[in-house]
Write a protein that binds this ligand. Structure first.
Ligand SMILES: [Zn+2]
Length: 274
């Protein structure tokens, strides 16, 4: 399978990245014109690197490029929310999640890991058949991906894209970064591959938290139209009784969403309504 066609519009850095570029250029000019002032040049570079690091460690920041952290205004006006489920598919947990979603007649967006999807192609197909969407969470989900250069990002995302496209017959349109962590090299790669970065409005930390009440509280506190909620079917933490957190929380979360008059939709439905 070939790489997707490059976007027609050239990638351009946003204001935050232009400021960082200016700081680096100013430091270089200072170093060349007045080497004795090297401390100021070093301080400028250090400050810039620090700002880039903070932006990359903040999953909901939009400094490093476009980042969907909330549904578009039109979806908000339709009282829509999006349930997004990461790190699957998981042969044990995902079927339980699909059963709960089916009971409530709800569609969700699954950010699948390519190699896990490749091990469970039939499960992926059953997700699509039930009206859910599968989006790109990379090929292997390496923990230190956010330290990669352009080639590392491109390889991980493109391989994930190709695996998921091959299994589902649909090219994913959204990408979600591992733990939401990024660096400035990600945005040009997403632009080239025609993918949109999607983060979240609220998350329950359901890969670490063992108490389902706390996860539910984090997801429903100030829950409102336009929210993108993050849960996990892969790497899910377990309750003391051994149940995956998402399985314990999801029925009550769906009730809370319904009680507030909100409608769960997929990210695609919210961003491109029919
Ligand atoms: Zn993940």
């Amino acid at each position: 399978m070939q790489a997707p066609k490059a976007s027609l519009r050239a990638w351009r850095p946003g204001p935050f990245l232009l400021i960082q570029l200016a700081l680096h250029v100013a430091a270089l000019v200072l170093l060349l014109s007045a080497p004795q002032e090297w401390r100021w040049a070093a301080a400028a570079v250090l400050l810039s690197q620090l700002m880039l690091m903070v932006a990359g460690l903040w999953p909901r920041s939009t400094c490093l490029g476009a980042n969907l952290v909330r549904l578009p205004t039109a979806a908000m006006q339709r009282a829509e929310v999006a349930i997004t489920i990461d790190d699957g598919p998981d042969p044990e947990v995902t079927p339980q999640v699909l059963a709960i979603l089916a009971q409530h007649g709800v569609s969700a967006t699954f950010f699948c890991i390519g190699e896990r999807a490749a091990a469970q192609p039939e499960l992926c197909k059953s997700m699509l058949a039930a009206g859910h969407r599968i989006e790109n969470h990379g090929a292997r989900h390496p923990t230190l991906l956010s330290l990669s250069g352009p080639a590392g990002w491109r390889r991980e995302i493109l391989e994930g894209q190709q695996i998921l496209h091959r299994i589902t017959g649909q090219p994913p349109r959204f990408y979600r970064a591992v733990a939401g962590l990024r660096n400035p090299f990600l945005d040009p790669v997403l632009h080239e591959l025609g993918l949109q970065l999607a983060s979240w409005t609220r998350r329950g930390f359901d890969t670490q938290e063992q108490n389902p009440d706390k996860v539910l509280q984090r997801l429903t506190h100030q829950l409102a139209a336009g929210d993108i909620l993050l849960l996990h079917d892969g790497n899910a933490a377990r309750t003391p009784a051994g149940e995956a957190l998402i399985v314990s929380v999801l029925p009550r979360l769906l009730e809370a969403i319904r009680a507030r008059g909100l409608t769960p939709v997929t990210l695609s439905q919210a961003c491109d309504p029919p």
